[in-house]
Design a protein around this ligand. Structure first.
Ligand code: GAL
Length: 416
């Protein structure tokens, strides 16, 4: 009789915990599957768990989130959207326009988001004046990550101009090491292109091309030069770059098999996860020629419309957690990004994080903050994907720089 009694008490305890978890669970669709990304996500999971909110994980691997957005479309079409979804820029606006997202105005008002979230982010977090997403961070894409021992061993100083960068990569290549670690996937080529276009013509050219979609900017001489620089970068990659995941390219620099990687600052999360220290083991610097410019993308959690009050309460709690200054510091220190709020001190951040925060503030003040084309903050998905196709084809040598610029102008004209 005693055994039955004990089993019953275990079953009752499990039922209680399940029913508690059931009432509060949030199902979260995201693409944070690398080591550094998962470590950062753990901070959010633990925060919610401490408040009794269960986490049903729905990871969709694939950097940049293309696969995740495809999976999301299928879920919504089936009438079964997740509770919360990691989303970028114009994708948030498109889902809001479909009426699919819940309203976060109450928690935003209670927590004072309007006063602390920069206008550049609010442009994507709000639709029709209503908060429909909570910004977790601000990443930026025009970064170079370098293995310090490799540079020191070859007597290479941190390059400050494009020509110095090319000379440095040539010196690494001549030594027999891989100069540029790269993952051959369209979103990664586009991420590199963010910084290359900025290096050619600064934020004015960048905005004319990727925000205004001006045919002259897209197909003109400056864009030809940008594609020529992509050809140069291709000449410094290894033979096996095609299809490589971004975090494996980061690992090549972490391990000293390669000198440089051009990648968003989520790459720093991989260096930190590997126990590497900025300034000692690796360098972080802006793509040469883009100092003062920042090409940003903000990860936001959009809350899909749900029926039950308990689910709405869990969404509001998750949004409040995401926007808390404590979380914004703890998460971004691990993720490699900087806080979405302007009132978070930089004390917990390393030198690269402090530089990222200072660069963001300076670029915002100087008008040199641009939304990343590669990560959905310059234009809608159809235009972004048209640019992806041309940039990747050009990077893989399907056509020369002049043809690439013409094809870019044509492809964007057809997509917009
Ligand atoms: C970006 C996202 C980052 C990181 C990166 C690589 O779009 O904003 O948080 O996930 O993709 O997957």
């Amino acid at each position: 009789m005693r055994i039955i009694g004990k089993k019953m008490s275990v079953v009752l305890a499990l039922m209680a915990s399940t029913s508690m978890a059931q009432a509060e669970d949030v199902e979260v669709l995201h693409w944070w599957t690398s080591g550094g990304e998962a470590a950062a996500l753990g901070v959010l999971k633990d925060t919610l768990k401490s408040q009794g909110i269960g986490w049903i994980d729905m990871p969709v691997s694939g950097g940049g989130g293309e696969a995740a957005m495809t999976t999301l479309r299928a879920r919504v079409t089936a009438g079964n959207p997740p509770t919360a979804v990691q989303m970028l820029g114009f994708d948030i606006q498109d889902w809001a326009a479909e009426g699919a997202l819940g309203n976060l105005d109450d928690v935003a008002a209670k927590e004072g988001w309007d006063a602390v979230v920069p206008p550049a982010l609010q442009a994507f977090s709000k639709y029709d004046g209503h908060w429909i997403a909570a910004p977790v961070n601000v990443h930026s894409t025009n970064w170079v990550w370098a293995n310090k021992a490799v540079l020191d061993g070859l007597g290479i100083a941190q390059p400050t101009t494009w020509d110095e960068f090319v000379a440095a990569m040539q010196k690494v290549k001549d030594s027999g090491k891989t100069a540029l670690a790269h993952g051959g996937q369209p979103w990664q080529e586009a991420t590199v292109f963010d910084g290359v276009v900025l290096s050619v013509g600064g934020t004015e050219f960048y905005k004319k091309a990727f925000v205004d979609l001006d045919p002259e900017a897209l197909g003109g001489a400056q864009m030809v030069e940008a594609f020529k620089r992509m050809e140069t970068l291709h000449s410094f990659t290894d033979a096996n770059f095609s299809g490589r995941d971004w975090n494996l390219a980061s690992a090549m620099v972490i391990n000293g098999d390669a000198a440089f990687q051009i990648m968003g600052d989520w790459a720093k999360g991989e260096f930190l996860k590997a126990g590497k220290v900025p300034g000692t083991d690796f360098l972080c610097f802006r793509v040469p020629g883009t100092d003062g410019d920042v090409s940003f993308n903000s990860d936001q959690f959009a809350m899909f419309k749900v029926d039950s009050e308990a689910a709405k309460a869990a969404q509001a709690q998750m949004a409040a957690d995401i926007m808390s200054p404590t979380f914004q510091s703890a998460f971004n220190v691990v993720k490699g990004s900087v806080p979405a709020r302007t009132d978070v001190p930089n004390t917990a951040f390393d030198d690269c994080g402090k530089k990222g925060m200072a660069d963001l503030a300076a670029a915002s003040a100087s008008g040199n903050l641009v939304g990343s084309m590669a990560h959905g903050h310059a234009n809608r998905a159809a235009v972004k994907n048209a640019i992806y196709d041309v940039v990747t084809a050009a990077f893989n040598g399907e056509y020369d720089a002049e043809t690439a610029a013409k094809n870019l102008a044509d492809a964007v004209a057809a997509a917009k």
